[in-house]
Design a protein around this ligand. Sequence first.
Ligand SMILES: [Zn+2]
Length: 321
Amino acid sequence: MNLSLLDSNLGYQNLLADLKSGLINHAYLIVSLDENLRKTAFTKFITSYFCPSSCQTCTACKKIASNNHISVKVLDGKNKIRVSDINELAEDTHILPIEGDRKFYFIDNANLLDPRAQNKLLKTYEEPPKYVTIFLGVSNEAGLLSTIKSRGKHIFLEPLTSRAIYNELVELGYDEIVSQEAASYAMGSLEKAMLFVGDQNYKYVYEETFNTLISLKNSSQIIDHLYKDIFSKENILLSLEFLEIFLSDIMKIIAKSNIDLLTLNRDYDLNLLAKSFTLAGASMALNAINDARERLKFNVSSTSVAEKVMFDLLEARYKWQ
Ligand SMILES: [Zn+2]
């Protein structure tokens, strides 16, 4: 992703202000539904740290761009992170930096770490050696232990505008009409827009996931949805992502937040759905999405993951009224 896309992002400005004032926090929590945006924010920040002009030609810039900087370590909760990996990270923080005077760690998708790994991480995250900064990246905070949540400085990256996504796509050489449609379906994410321009299946999964969420009203209907294409092995991660975005929009409506909804042209249905959730219920539902991703990592079949997620969604709607 083009690093300059973050230049006008208020969340990123907030983070950069700490670097400019020389008061870098020991722990940050980057919140954004867009994985690419989170990774780009981290990369842009550490590039500015090691090379203030971010020239992209010096050794430090090159090492960061090729993920080879010795003072930077990145883990991803999408892969299985064990307690032993966290122990290793904790031990590594105690080794003094040998390049630059600071070490940076980034655990993205930290909401997918199991509670044991999070507990293990807690001590290092709240009190690392003074030359260490740890970033956690999450798409939603529902899967984090409250002890972890409260220790880091929150950085909320606002989604890209459709205009910014459109411009970027056109710059990348895509047709203007195709770019327009992709940008409007992309829900603030360049990554999704890129998926969409290359693949008509994306629009189908989007529409069908939304329709499933609205039409699912009791557990006897689960069987009608279970064998849909959106829950196939190939599509289930994408449909879970869409569900996460729809549910985040529902939370915004319940909380009367003035942040724009990301779901396109579905305000009426979303408002209707929001009436059937409490804030606690919507948070439970988001947790069900985290849980489903976790189970997929352990090779549980997509059908049984889909079945459980639909049960959990119904429970989150009706039990938490
Ligand atoms: Zn440089």
